[in-house]
Design a protein around this ligand. Sequence first.
Ligand code: PSU
Ligand code: MN
Length: 307
Amino acid sequence: MSRLLRIGEEVQAALAEGRPVVALESTVIAHGLPWPDSLDATQEMLEAVRSGGAVPAVVGVTAGRLVVGLEAGDIERFAKHGRQVIKVSRRDLARALTEGCDGATTVASTMIAAAMAGIRIFATGGIGGVHRSAEGQGDSFDVSADLYELARTPVCVVSSGAKSILDLRRTLEVMESLGTPVVGYGTDSFPTFYSRDAALPVTMRVDSPEQAASLLSAQWELGLGGVLLANPVPESMALPTQTVEAWLEEALAAAQAEKVAGPQVTPFLLSHLHRRSEGQTLKANRALLIDNARLAAQVATCCSQQG
Ligand code: PSU
Ligand code: MN
């Protein structure tokens, strides 16, 4: 295993002593945010995890190894080189390790690495899901591997739900079929990333890190899989659903016109939104990433206290 997996020293020490650790993904760093926000936002997430009393572990692939706890230099390279760092989900892991290239891990592959290392809590912005079908194109069958990973891998993903670039109703249906609890943090409805006024219900609600930790311990005592802990964007940064929806229609039309498909879809739509909103979606995105890192550290702390 150690041939392919490297756990950073600080992370290793924390795990050995039973201290709380929070995993972070690198696709959001390389593909989800533009330079230099990508680096600033990541540093703020690291600080948020630390001030919550936990050790951060950024996951990524480099030099033929899956790394849990990337060094500052690696993080900066991922943040800066963006598109040159390939996006690595479950199916791409073996290839990225074999080729020895830099690889940014998605929610799915970060969960895999976290579970291998013994980390149970992971903070990010939004998970992948069921993509909307383009007008007149029939069903694209573009369903993120994140949903299948949540079904099988016992890691709690703290996110602000899933982005409204997706078909959220179908995303929740698939998660229900696969048996993933979707837990609202202080909310009864599924957050839509940039907005708070969502219409779809969650499986259940918790109102404190302690409650979240109790649910996780029951889930894992039963030997079940992942949990999505859905934390809405902070109120002061939330954008109105209808405004985001209008920008999104344009972004989807542009994606269709430019024939963007597969793993490129999410990064394309995100950068379109960031430009179109003159940075408002980017500000919301940064705020929710930091808030999710903070919450994940609190939950990880409760989990380690519950033993
Ligand atoms: N949602 C975001 N920002 C992101 C992603 C999702 O707001 O950067 C990334 C995550 O890494 C997620 C991935 O796991 O996109 C999903 O991609 P796909 O749909 O190709 O599985
Ligand atoms: Mn996809």
